[in-house]
Design a binder for this molecule. Sequence first.
Ligand SMILES: Cc1ncc(COP(=O)(O)O)c(C=O)c1O
Length: 434
Amino acid sequence: MRRELVSPGAGEMTYEIRNIVNVAEKLQKCGVKINWENIGDPIVKGEVIPDWMKKIVADEAMKNESWGYCHTRGVLETREFICSITNGHGGAQITPDDIIFFNGLGDAIAKIYGCLDSGSRVLVPSPTYTTHTLAETANAGAAPICYHLRPENCWHPDVEEIRSQVVANPSVVAIMLINPDNPTGMVYPKETLEKIVAIAREFDLFIISDEVYNNIVYNGESTVPICEVVGDVPALALKGISKEFPWPGSRCGWIETYNFGKDPSFQKYVNSILTLKMNEVCSTTLPQKCLPIVMQHPQYPVYLEERTKRYEKMSNITWNFLKEVKGLQVNRTNGAFYMSVAFDKGLLNDKQSLPIDNAEVRALVEGLVNKANVSLDKRLVYYILAATGICIVPLSSFNTNLQGFRVTLLERDEKECQRIYGTLAQKIGEYLAS
Ligand SMILES: Cc1ncc(COP(=O)(O)O)c(C=O)c1O
């Protein structure tokens, strides 16, 4: 090519949640039976969508208008419905014009960061869901500016660190948080959210709150959506049906804009997101039309409660096994369906391994772990995968220097969950002792 097509470092951005699948698929071909504990898609893990929900979708699919484009911002009746459920709690109020639908939150995230001036930075958690950091750093062309979620404090952030990062980095224009969190399963207490809002108010920042798991909270915990504490601070709340219905294949997510009119720069920024959206029309008409009907169905809260209770049970099983392994920092999760585990510093080294009987599988894994710059947690993850078939994700691939791994809590069969996490705990112990 006449000149470089991508910016330096672009080819190095990897998405380990998917990468590990390529390795697992190769092992599958060698006869290893895989337990997919890596990806947050309830459907892949056997979630059975109730018939009443399928019937709503089927009935809507029979209508011609479900097949067309809809208003750029999304179906008006659906946006009106969202306002009715959001405005009822005494927080910041929105109108249908404050809502924009996207092709899933992945699309929303790309536009949220892509519309910022490249010199305007968003303070992001570490560890965090990589789609946010990849989009933020790609737009800025620089390393992420982070605050830390701390395994020693149940993955809660230190609000003082958030404040000092804002002070130290005048380019920061927004604070991003995920509540409940992916990858840690931590749920932000209301007081922490209030303190973050206070920092945003003090330094004239806006907030990006990814709330895709907002209705998946358990273990007696509670949290609030950002609109309930945001007051007059500009904010974007990200919501969707991928995890909640769950219907990830619908590619249907939306942003709610709070305090749009309070700041001219924020107004200009949100308008630029909308303009970008207008270039490609809005096409998720069918799921949008289904949304109010599903959410108002008498069985919806019952189904959500049943699933949430199930995640609570799996969370506790997983926690009970992993917390017994010496050297792991394990926290019980209170929301979403992921658990992140960090190793005590210095516990992993590049000599540790697990015995692998199948010579072909062993050769494959040794080839992978002996490559240059393979992180120590990736090494562990590959050995666990080859020795047990359990597919987990290295924690270091979630924008963090911590070494560890993330698992999902989506296994439906309690006995199988016991077997998987009993095996995982045992094999990690053997790996560490090797
Ligand atoms: C925190 C978070 N935000 C957004 C998404 C993406 O959601 P969508 O399916 O709407 O693109 C995910 C998916 O795993 C997620 O974990």
